[in-house]
Design a binder for this molecule. Structure first.
Ligand code: HMH
Length: 221
């Protein structure tokens, strides 16, 4: 078992926001089977665009893991994440045809644009490795926790949505998130007070962006 670090301390402090991000109505509606399929399609199109913007962010994390970490395994963990994004883009394309969502006509909504702008800001060399790793962990962990919930015992998740839930809710993805979390925790142990404050702020902002992202599935702009 992992020892308690800064991230768990911050999650306790911001518990209601973390729950809002990982137990959003949209996710709960997938789990209880009441999900509106037009909401799912909206999410699918928006998330495809998000993932296209997430790739350069993860590539930037990879470069930092190579240059700044001093620990060789960091690179391997992030490279694994980048490799699974390759599969993920293919998966999105096949889901797009399955649900007749034409990604070439999907327009990024405001919450999506704002989240992607945040990712771009995280790619600045001014942002410390520990801060970037905290953001990276939070982005992945919200999806892992959300979709794992849809697969927990007693779920009524519609069969045609279990593919999506398995993508982020599977045990391999959970282990990967734990690896990213350990990297972030190790970096935070040696971070300055200033970097710690920034990392906590970035964690909160990721959670807020995730809540706003789920909100888009309700429809409308
Ligand atoms: C909005 N957050 C959003 N989309 C994703 N695909 C991920 C996180 C991946 O973890």
């Amino acid at each position: 078992p992992e020892k308690r670090g800064m991230i768990d301390t911050w999650l306790d402090k911001h518990r209601s926001l973390y729950t809002a991000a990982t137990r959003h109505d949209f996710v709960v509606s997938i789990r209880d089977g009441s999900v509106d399929l037009s909401s799912f399609k909206t999410w699918l199109g928006q998330d495809y665009l998000f993932v296209r913007g997430f790739v350069p962010f993860v590539a930037n994390v990879l470069i930092r893991a190579c240059k700044e970490s001093g620990v060789t395994s960091d690179m391997e963990v992030v490279l694994g994440g980048l490799a699974s994004l390759n599969d993920e883009i293919e998966w999105f394309k096949s889901e797009g045809s399955k649900w007749s969502v034409d990604f070439s006509t999907v327009v990024a909504q405001k919450a999506n644009q704002e989240y992607r702008r945040f990712l771009e800001a995280m790619m600045s060399s001014e942002v410390e490795y520990s801060v970037v790793m905290t953001a990276f962990w939070a982005i992945e962990a919200v999806y892992q926790e959300s979709f794992a919930h849809c697969l927990e015992e007693g779920n009524k998740t519609p069969a045609e949505l279990t593919g999506a839930c398995n993508r982020w809710g599977n045990d391999g993805f959970k282990q990967y998130c734990l690896s990213v979390k350990s990297i972030a925790e190790r970096c935070l142990e040696n971070a300055s007070g200033e970097a710690l404050a920034e990392a906590e702020d970035v964690l909160v902002r990721v959670l807020e962006h995730e809540v706003a992202f789920w909100e888009m599935s309700r429809g409308g702009q």
